[in-house]
Design a protein around this ligand. Structure first.
Ligand code: FMN
Length: 133
């Protein structure tokens, strides 16, 4: 498994992660669950109408955190918007519950991928391990 596959698998298994953005000098954080590895990129999904989307448009630096089985993962990086329809379709196929809210051509569904990321796996019992992609 390469670094991106490992991070994706961890987030899949954790099911929920917390996505932090910045708004001016104020951190903002909320639960997220969408994650997809598609054509070598790690994507998350949101709606353009949401504040989180507006925050990322103004400042694409984010950090996500998830916890599973004694290990926590933090992924810090910069997101980029991708209008690729194939990526949207792939996300809806992987996470079909999203189809109740989003569709590829609704003008709202937004796919964001990590342009660059530093991912760190930490636990109380082992030294932190950092991977980048
Ligand atoms: C378990 C869980 C997973 C969620 N996953 C997502 C997600 O992947 N994408 C998304 O846009 N919203 C997701 N949400 C909803 C957002 O947390 C919610 O819309 C939040 O208010 C968005 O942040 P904002 O208010 O700063 O825009 C999820 C909510 C929960 C409870």
């Amino acid at each position: 498994m390469n670094a991106m596959e490992r991070v994706c698998a961890f987030l899949d298994e954790a099911q929920t992660y917390y996505l932090a953005t910045v708004e001016g000098d104020q951190p903002r954080v909320r639960p997220f669950g969408t994650i997809l590895l598609y054509k070598g990129r790690l994507y998350i999904e949101t709606g353009k109408v949401k504040n989180v989307s507006k925050q990322i448009a103004a400042n694409p630096k984010v950090e996500i955190c998830a916890f599973k089985d004694g290990t926590w993962l933090r992924v810090a990086g910069e997101l980029a918007d991708d209008e690729d329809r194939g990526a949207k379709v792939a996300m809806l196929e992987k996470m079909p519950d999203l189809k109740a809210i989003y569709s590829p051509d609704d003008g709202n569904m937004q796919m964001l991928y990590f342009k660059s990321a530093v991912a760190t796996f930490s636990s109380f019992t082992a030294a932190p391990e950092t991977v980048t992609f």
